[in-house]
Design a protein around this ligand. Sequence first.
Ligand code: ADE
Length: 418
Amino acid sequence: MQYDVKDLKLAKAGRLRIEWAEKNMPVLRLIRKQFEKQKPLKGKQIAACLHVTTETANLMVTLKAGGAKVALCASNPLSTQDDAAASLVKDFGIPVFAIKGEDNKTYYKHIKSTLSLKPQITMDDGADLVSTLHTGRTDLVKNIIGGTEETTTGVIRLRSLEKQNLLKFPIISVNDSKTKHWFDNRYGTGQSTLDGILRATNILFAGLKVVVCGYGWCGRGFASRAKGMGADVIVTEVDPLKALEATMDGYKVIPIDAAAKIGDLFVTLTGDVSVIRKEHFLKMKDGAIMANSGHFNVEIDIEGLKKISKSKRKTREFVEEFTLRNGKRINLLGDGRLINLAAAEGHPATVMDMSFANQSLAAEYLATHGKKLQKKVYPVPETIDQKIAKLKLEAMGVKIDQLTPEQKKYLTSWELGT
Ligand code: ADE
C-alpha cells in the first residue's frame, strides 16, 4: 500500500483519539453498522480530499465498512492531524497522503496520489480534488459516477463550473443539507474558531473588541460564541439582509474601514478574497490580532501585509508578528489559514457526526442512483436530511411531538380562516 504520512509511530496516539471522536458520533456509528451488513459501496473506489482529522478517520472507516476502497488526502496544507493519518494507515489499512504543514507542491502531489485510486466517487472539502480532475486528470473523469462537496466555498466553485457548462459529473452538495450547515457551520465553526484563537494566543475574550467579518452561518456562530465569552462584537457585512440580521441580533454593524481602527481581534469568515487589506492594516491599533476561519487563506491580504511591513517574527507557535513601517505591530494567526484546524482540532465530533452521516449517505445515494443524475450540483435528498435529524435526536435522548390528524389536515387545507 502506498501512503505518505509524517510518522507511523504516531498511530497509537491517533487511534486513541479516533476512538474518542467515535464516542460522540452515534449517527455515523449506526450508519457504519448498516453499511457492514448491507455493503452498499461494494466495488466502489472513493477518493477523498478532506481535513485529515479524527472525525474524518471515522468517516473513512465507515466508507470502508460499506465495502468501498478509499484513499484520503488533505483539503488544506495545515489541517492534517498527523497522528490520525498514521493510525488510518497502520491500524485501518487506509492509504493517506497528508502531512501537516506540507507545501503547496506536496499538497497537489498528494491530491494526485489519491486520484491514482481511479475513483468512481469523489469526496471534497473545498473542491480542490474536483478542480484537479477538471484540469490535470481529465482522463479519469470517465470512471466517475459523481462526487460530494462538504463546504460553502467548494459549492460556490462547483456551481460556477456548472453555470459555465464545464462540470463533468454530478455533485451532491452536502453543505446544503440542513443537518450540515445549520450545525457544523454555526456551532462547529463558532466553537472551533474560538478554540483555535485561544490555543494560539491565550487571550481573554471578556471585554475584547472582536470584529467579525461576514455574518453567514459561520460568522453568526462565531459572533454568538464570542459574545457569550463577554466580547464586544462588531460585525462587517456586504449583504444588506445579513447586516440587518446582525443589527437585530444586537451587534454593532460598521464598515471594515471604521472597524479597523477599533478592533483588538479581527476574524474573517466570508469565503471571499482580500476582506482585510493594506488600507485597513494601516489603521489598526498596535498589537491587533487577525485570524481567518474561511476555507482558503485569501481573506486577509497577506501579500499586502508583507509589503507594508519592515520585519516579521514568530512569537508563538501559531502567531507571526508583523512590524509595519508606521511602527505598529500586527499579529497574524496560523498563516491566515483556517485557524480552527491550524491551531486547534476543527469542529467537535458531535457536529461532524451529522456532516459525515450526510457524506456517507450521499456516497450511498451516488452508488445507487448516481448514473441517473445529470452533470449538476444537487442537494442531499430531503429524506436523508430528515433521517439524520431524527437519528441525532434519538441519540441525544430528545423526544418531540407528532402532529395530530386534526393538525395535519389544518396544515394542508385552505378553508379555515378568521
Ligand atoms: N472541518 C471542520 N472541522 C472538521 C473536523 N473536525 N474534521 C473534518 N473536517 C472538519
